[in-house]
Design a protein around this ligand. Structure first.
Ligand SMILES: *Cc1c(COP(=O)(O)O)cnc(C)c1O
Length: 251
């Protein structure tokens, strides 16, 4: 019989708690890394959970979304938006495995009125980088909100959400930051909050409204539910390593 491996943090008999006052500094560090002063919500789950939460919280009947899908991640985001009742128009890359052309985005925005534009910044499977700055400028001129999946790009490419005018961005520590896979985070602008569904009758890990009501508005102490201490200790280590090395050094 093979024994289970001993945890490396012995001699503690159990995993150490993650202190309630430790969560807000994690969110602040993620905000600094993403170049935003907007609210940053911590999600206890891999980035797929955060992406599904965004789509579920902002998708609504009558809402029109231009979804730029250059990989399955974008297609799944569109499917979650549709499930939430949104009307989704999809545009793909110039060819499979190629980025979207900014001109195709401009054309789509010229032919219809959209409330939200969504895209994946960098794709991990193909290595492509979509033209975020151009798309952000087009989206601002159109008067729509912009949602970005920055899971694969944060840490690997420069990203300054507020300078670009990104309203919603999802990050995960487990790609270019080299961190744990069990946490993620979502930055939300004041304009995006106006379109996000309020909390429902029962708690939901997919509700940004719940995180706002039960975490942001209660002073950013302990997260709702039972936080997995190990994941947050690992996230804290990742963020302090990245801050110590500097974002330029890790790119
Ligand atoms: C990896 C990845 C995700 C999903 O992240 P998980 O942490 O694996 O859930 C989402 N979007 C992009 C672009 C990714 O590369």
């Amino acid at each position: 019989m093979t024994a289970l491996p001993a945890p490396f943090w012995l001699p503690l008999p159990d995993a150490p708690d993650f202190p309630a006052e430790g969560f807000a500094p994690l969110a602040d560090a993620i905000g600094r890394l993403m170049g935003t002063r907007n609210d940053v919500l911590l999600v206890q789950g891999e980035a797929m959970v955060a992406l599904e939460a965004v789509a579920s919280s902002i998708g609504a009947p009558g809402r029109k979304v231009l979804n730029i899908a250059t990989s399955p991640y974008g297609q799944w985001f569109g499917a979650w938006l549709r499930r939430a009742g949104a009307e989704v128009t999809e545009i793909a890359g110039r060819a499979p495995g190629r980025p979207v052309a900014a001109a195709a985005v401009a054309e789509a925005l010229a032919t219809d009125r959209f409330d939200l534009v969504a895209l994946v910044h960098a794709e991990s499977a193909t290595g492509i980088l979509n033209p975020l700055a151009e798309i952000a400028a087009l989206t601002r001129a159109h008067g729509a909100l912009l949602a970005v999946d920055a899971v694969a790009s944060l840490g690997g490419h420069p990203l300054a959400l507020d300078a670009l005018g990104v309203d919603i961005a999802v990050m995960g520590p487990q790609k270019a930051l080299g961190g744990p896979a069990g946490t993620s985070a979502i930055a939300v602008s004041p304009a995006a909050w106006e379109r996000i569904a309020p909390p429902g009758a029962a708690p939901s890990i997919l509700s940004l409204g719940d995180l706002r009501a039960h975490w942001l508005e209660t002073g950013r102490g302990a997260l709702p539910g039972t936080p997995s201490a190990l994941e947050f200790h690992a996230l804290a280590q990742t963020l302090s390593r990245v801050e110590a090395e500097g974002p330029e050094a890790i790119r």
